[in-house]
Design a binder for this molecule. Structure first.
Ligand code: ZN
Ligand code: FE
Length: 255
């Protein structure tokens, strides 16, 4: 069992790539490489050899660097078994509940359909790190391109159960825009107001990772089963959470 060193690489307009290094074995992984060059530059600077490319889903801003990195380093591409046909260069296929080993660091794999049908998330318990791609964002969640609100609510509910000290390494810097919508939903939520205040004072520094405890307290998309959120979208408290979630997601789409 081992703890990872995590390097965050901002790329494109708002994507984050994560480089994971397991110091005992030297194993090094990259999560959702939109592009290859910035990853290769950090690998060179650190003297790390890339062993694995981990994808959460098939979208180009998460897999665009797969083949170039694989060609340059010989790294193995890891992704969802259900989406193997759409993950460029895939070598290792994973399903719900399987364990992936990056050197001595173990990740548990969750299937989190909703944003895409084959989306997965990687949880490294010894590092308190969740790599959740475009399923869960800070103060938001991914758009439903290929899934139903019921599926996405089930996916988010699964991630919500992880330990509160989990760091949420999502794939985009969307927190400020998400926060404007969240504030409209729960204007009296103190945890949300505190988080918005933090984010407002970051001066361009990343708002990611966030703590799962803070997301549970402030992210409306994890709170579809609370009375205030139901009321905010015009539904009776006690309404089926998936229905509340669906209405919340619909309103965010047109916000
Ligand atoms: Zn995506
Ligand atoms: Fe994305």
């Amino acid at each position: 069992m081992a703890r990872l060193i995590v390097e965050q690489i901002p790329v494109l307009s708002d994507n984050y790539i994560y480089l994971l290094h397991e110091p005992e074995s030297g194993a090094t992984g990259v999560v959702d490489p939109a592009v290859a060059e910035p990853v290769l530059a950090i690998l060179r600077a650190k003297g790390w050899r890339l062993s694995h490319i981990l994808n959460t889903h098939h979208h180009g801003d998460h897999t665009g660097g797969n083949l170039e990195l694989k060609n340059a380093t010989g790294a193995q591409v890891v992704g969802a078994r259900k989406d193997a046909g759409r993950i460029p260069g895939i070598d290792v296929e994973l399903s719900e509940g399987e364990t992936f080993l990056l050197g001595h660091a173990a990740a548990m794999v969750f299937e989190t359909p909703g944003h895409t049908s084959g989306h997965i998330a990687y949880w490294f318990p010894e590092t308190d790190a969740l790599f959740c791609g475009d399923t869960l964002f800070s103060l938001g969640c991914g758009r439903l391109f290929e899934g139903t609100p019921e599926q996405m609510w089930a996916s988010l509910s699964k991630l919500r159960e992880l330990p509160p000290e989990t760091n949420v390494y999502c794939a985009h810097e969307y927190t400020a825009a998400n926060g404007r919508f969240a504030r409209m939903v729960e204007r009296d939520n103190l945890a949300l107001l505190t988080r918005l205040d933090q984010v407002a004072h970051l001066a361009g520094k990343p708002s990611v990772p966030s703590l799962l405890a803070d997301e549970r307290a402030a992210n409306p998309f994890l709170r579809a089963d609370t009375p205030t959120v139901a009321r905010a979208v015009g539904l009776e408290p006690g309404t089926e959470p998936a229905r509340v979630f669906a209405e919340l997601r619909r309103r965010k789409d047109v916000f």
